[in-house]
Design a protein. Structure first.
Lengths: 267, 340
């Protein structure tokens, strides 16, 4: 390792009107880490992902990926730099087949242009075959989940499978850093165990993981490092053990709950 | 299949008369148009109501460069690809400013674009007469093959081969070529990317797709085939005028795409044939009225609009996926789509 972090976020601010969804957020993600971002609802986690991936422009601050600034780049350019993501509320291409969804992810790693795709010379046929093989290989990493389903519509797949397809699509772009937005949301304990095992394997393959997750057990179990956001401000960071003991973190989570829950009951 | 396509003009010509061979030619021409529009609307999901403008660009390319109007007589075979390319350039020129627009707004701007092109053609007869305005351009040269005009009737071994039959072969070859290229394109990196943009533009962008570039590709490709079709149309008719390129034509082609099943290539082709042949068969209504009621009350051809609207309404209500669309597609279209 060359000492510089894979992803460095510095002084990041994102304002929506008067509201600062992110306020002077800074952290460094080292290569090979499973790095988690946690925080109560509305603390700015997804906004952070959107700014890093170029979906939203930051109001100010810096995002550096592999030593170069990605602020101002288009999302597809950032993906090309080997930073891929998934979405909290799964965004697949429902009318396309499972296989096609994953093959779309390989778009930025393939070259056939408009005319080449229409006339399909040999190198394009080869490239197409390779793309298909790669997509099938990625789907097979989920065990038997997609056996015989490659040509079914993605939108018709069960929930857990859709999450997997989305991850496979992200992996097809061959990322060095993978941003997962609540990959375990809505899953049962068996599925969660499967998902965390999968995330571990990705890291072992050399893919760095930046994770947003609400299930505390998951976060505490798999994270190497945790950043805690509250109202757009980083209130704590560190190893799981130290973060879970941090007074400010406990306050941010529990303080809210005791403050709000009775009010909701009365309604 | 091949035999049916080869024999069709003779069978139809013998049974129904030459007029219906001409209808077949137009149907095949509309297949090319509808396949082209399907790239924009069906594959990339961009609603284009000005598609006829590119048809006009192709037709006027042929008309201007191969007629007495400017006293130019460039060969059809040169103009055919040129018409496609010029139309594609027009397509990209339209695509560029509307890149950021979606659905309704896109429809409005493309609609206006189609009208602008038509109005231009209508008024470019002064101060310098280029398009001959509403009078149109006539005397367009026919295509020649090995020195033989394709727009003449021949007698080969005692069999009469009409020019409508000759054009049938020309158009059907080009239509099949179009379908072949587009089916390849659809199952390629570019086709998948178009699908991704249609389904979820944000997810497409974060999946590494240069959405702007791919949208321009879609506009350009769709327009290319419209220009192609326009060039054949001009050569076939020997005459073009702005009247042939009204908004109604755009809507007609769009109806073909919707009727057949947005995105499905065979569906779109079937839609084009049905919606060309159906209104034509209404002409028979005139004779029927005359015979039954002794007077012609409604002009059958005027019912074209009614037919299109009724067919569209029925399709949208009962079969939103189109004639050849899948059941899954129907469910997807009926279910309210949650935007987030």
């Amino acid at each position: 390792m060359n000492g510089s972090p894979l992803l460095q976020v510095a002084g990041l601010v994102k304002r929506f009107g008067g509201l600062a969804a992110l306020n002077e957020v800074a952290f460094r993600v080292e290569q090979g880490q499973i790095f988690s971002v946690i925080g109560p609802n509305g603390s700015g986690k997804t906004t952070l992902f959107n700014v890093i991936t170029g979906v939203l422009p930051p109001s100010s601050g810096q995002v550096e990926f592999r030593g170069r600034s990605v602020v101002g780049l288009q999302p597809h350019q950032i993906t090309e730099l080997r930073l891929a993501r998934t979405f909290q509320n799964i965004r697949l291409f429902p009318q396309m087949s499972v296989l096609e969804n994953v093959m779309v992810g390989a778009h930025c790693r393939t070259k056939a242009g408009l005319l080449a795709s229409a006339f399909q010379p040999d190198w394009v046929k080869r490239e197409r075959r390779e793309t298909e093989d790669k997509a099938k290989r990625l789907l097979s990493t989920f065990g038997a989940a997609f056996e015989g389903r490659h040509h079914d519509l993605a939108g018709a797949q069960p929930y857990a499978s859709r999450r997997k397809i989305e991850i496979a699509r992200a992996l097809a772009s061959e990322p060095e850093l993978l941003l997962l937005d609540e990959p375990c949301a809505g899953m049962n304990p068996v599925e969660i165990a499967e998902a965390t095992g999968y995330i571990h394997r990705l890291r072992d393959q050399g893919i760095t993981i930046l994770l947003i997750e609400h299930q505390m057990s998951v976060v505490m179990e798999i994270s190497d490092w945790i950043v805690v956001l509250d109202h757009g401000v980083k209130i704590s960071e560190g190893k799981p053990a130290s973060v879970s003991r941090d007074e400010k973190v406990i306050e941010a989570y529990l303080g809210r709950r005791t403050g709000r829950a009775p009010a909701r009951k009365r309604q | 299949m091949t035999l049916a396509l080869l024999g069709a003009p003779f069978v139809v010509g013998a049974l129904l008369g030459n007029y219906w061979v001409r209808v077949m030619d137009m149907a095949a021409l509309y297949v090319i148009l509808a396949l082209g529009l399907n790239v924009v609307v069906g594959m990339a999901g961009l609603l284009d109501l000005g598609y006829v403008a590119f048809y006009a660009v192709g037709a006027y390319t042929m008309a201007l460069l191969s007629s007495p109007q400017l006293n130019l007589h460039v060969s059809f075979w040169v103009l055919l690809p040129l018409a496609g390319v010029l139309a594609a350039i027009a397509g990209v020129a339209l695509g560029y400013p509307v890149l950021r627009l979606r659905s309704d707004y896109l429809a409005m701007v493309t609609l206006a674009f189609g009208e602008i092109v038509r109005i231009f053609l209508n008024n470019l007869d002064a101060p310098i007469n280029i398009t001959n305005g509403p009078m149109g351009i006539s005397g367009i040269s026919p295509p020649y093959l090995l020195g033989y005009s394709l727009k003449r009737n021949y007698e080969i071994f005692g069999v009469e081969v009409t020019y409508t039959a000759i054009f049938w072969y020309l158009i059907i070859v080009l239509a099949l070529g179009t379908a072949f290229l587009l089916s390849r394109l659809r199952d390629s990196r570019i086709g998948w990317a178009w699908g991704a943009i249609r389904e979820d533009e944000l997810a497409a962008r974060t999946s590494g797709i240069d959405v702007r570039r791919l949208k321009l590709y879609a506009f350009g490709t769709g327009a290319f085939f419209a220009g192609f079709a326009g060039c054949i149309f001009a050569a076939f008719q020997g005459f073009v005028s702005p009247e042939s390129f009204t908004l109604f034509e755009s809507i007609a082609v769009l109806s073909m795409v919707v009727l057949g099943g947005i995105g499905s290539l065979p569906g779109v082709a079937v839609g084009a044939v049905v919606l060309t042949v159906l209104p034509e068969s209404l002409r028979g209504l005139n004779d029927l009225q005359q015979a039954l009621l002794g007077h012609q009350y409604v002009n059958g051809t005027d019912l074209r609009m009614v037919i299109y609207s009724v067919v569209l309404l029925l399709v949208i209500i009962y079969r939103p996926q189109g004639l050849l669309g899948s059941e899954q597609r129907r469910r997807e279209l009926t279910a309210a789509r949650a935007e987030s």
